[in-house]
Write a protein that binds this ligand. Structure first.
Ligand code: FES
Length: 163
């Protein structure tokens, strides 16, 4: 069983205590693995390996089964995510209106490729096929905000709004 003590100070690890609270709410309930994983992911913004091991040990679920679920559903993330999620549309309408240049400009500005997260965890950069705002192409979303009719010169000012 994973130690609930912090490895650096020996005190109670507050995140493990929070995981315990989540597990307690679902104790004895069938089909609760996915909601448990969703709540734990909400704690960390991703699913750290030691959190998955802790869930496995605490619930008696084989770790392979947990990884099977986590890797099957795209909603789960095994790597740290940024505080702000950028989704640059690469659907057809956005592609023909310069979506690729928008993506390349953001990649250059942030120093990361699509699918990665900046070292300071400020941004995660992703691509999407269509976000249903084709009339505003080229489009990107940052968190819940949609930014349309993008041009490369608008991007710095938009990204600067997100800390
Ligand atoms: S193709 Fe980009 S919003 Fe539809």
């Amino acid at each position: 069983m994973v130690d609930k003590r912090c490895s650096c100070c020996g005190g109670e690890n507050p995140e493990k205590v929070q995981i315990d609270a989540i597990l307690a709410r679902y104790q004895g309930k069938k089909g609760s693995l996915i909601p448990i994983l969703q709540e734990v992911q909400a704690l960390y913004n991703y699913l750290p390996k030691d959190a998955l091991e802790y869930i496995a040990a605490s619930t008696g679920t084989p770790i392979a089964q947990i990884y099977g679920v986590v890797t099957f559903y795209s909603q789960f993330h095994l790597n740290p995510r940024g505080r702000n999620i950028i989704r640059v549309c690469q659907g057809t309408a956005c592609h023909v209106r310069g979506g690729k240049v928008i993506l390349q400009t953001i990649e250059k500005e942030l120093g990361i490729k699509a699918g990665h997260t900046t070292e300071d965890l400020r941004f995660t950069l992703e691509t999407v096929a269509c976000i249903g705002a084709c009339g505003l192409a080229p489009v990107m979303q940052v968190n819940e905000d949609t930014h349309g009719r993008l041009t490369p010169d608008k991007l710095s000012a938009i990204l600067a709004k997100y800390q």
